[in-house]
Design a protein around this ligand. Sequence first.
Ligand code: GDP
Length: 432
Amino acid sequence: VPTVGVVGRPNVGKSTLVNRIIGRREAVVQDIPGVTRDVVNYDGLWRGRRFTVVDSGGWEPDAQGLQKAVAAQAERAMSATDVVVLVVDASVGATSTDEAIARVLRRSKKPVILVANKVDDERAEADMAELWSLGLGEPIGVSALHGRGSGDLLDIVLDKLPTAPVEQFGAVSGPRRVALVGKPNVGKSSLLNKLSKDTIAVVDSVAGTTVDPVDSLVDLDGEIWRFVDTAGLRKRVKTARGMEFYASLRTQAALEAAEVAIVLIDSSEPLTEQDQRVISMVADSGRALVVALNKADLVDADRRAESDAELERELNRVPWAERINISAQTGRGVHRLAPALRRALESWDKRIPTGQLNTWLKELIQATPPPVRGGRQPRVLFATQASNRPPTFVLFTTGFLEAGYRRFIERRLREDFGFAGSPVRINVRVRE
Ligand code: GDP
């Protein structure tokens, strides 16, 4: 089992963070300077992967003082674990003790993750920028007390852990989850039936299965996918008039359970308000997206161009989503769905290393600086990708960035790093 070492000086909230990481409230031992204690191991589980959190203790009464003691703790953590997490207190900033630990950790060949704890508000988030000075890369902001950011932190920790053998990983992570959504009568059941020709299992509530009984496992293009919340589609329960509210609840539930959505649109008819509502729900959900224009068999060739142009105007909320013409009835184009889903998920999963991102950003801003506002030229200090799924970036600036400029940055991010099929979020943090 891979191991994670957690180090940091007293009072930074290390014990609270360890509690968050292991997901329960054990009597995690407090660090009390001058008190010797043993190394303590805690078992953690996240996204189906097991790991051990090693609290390496320390704090021997030492005539040479606190800095020596924490440095020794860091040395021990480095030698005994796969990944080291250094916790600092963002509300205090980097102290000389933090710097002493960082010096030790920078020599390490093992991955080190810098965690800024007590990031409880926007102010603290801006202050966090100063922690770059520790030379350990991007500080990950969390609030151990409120649980904020601890999921992101665990994702990052897992990324850095030695990977489990492939077959084991495949087994625990499971098939990727797809929501098939669209207004009533657009062809959802028809498409599911078409795809399910090669279905290996319609999952039911067999004791011991981990898959929810409302989902279907479908073999597409040699890969198993989990279509979530398909019970209603299989039963062909038709949504009566006035049931729209329930249809939208179903869409919401499916999106929540899914990683990527296929939005079905009836391309033989003009888009309706209901289509727009579904598209908005997907756009707001932050899920990856493939747009499938169904009933292509009903659209004759000379009307195609016209209806495509019309659709493009309507789909302007999600210009980044791939569109695929299909016919659930004849099966035309259906084989193109799986590759499009894979591309969308690849974008959705993507992480740009902070160094690469900032090199790129610097060039971009030199060539096209942000517009002057109120006589002031806002400076963009740096950027970091705070998370993926969906890719979310934080820009630290000295002033407000206009929406147009933010869209420009998003467009260039998409062009240069490739995020087709996935939403990209850009947050701006203004440092006073
Ligand atoms: P759902 O409510 O979204 O599940 O829609 P259904 O799958 O029940 O389809 C509604 C109607 O559209 C049915 O009569 C289907 O036979 C028809 N339909 C679905 N897909 C296509 C298609 O690609 N071409 C044509 N011509 N008809 C389709």
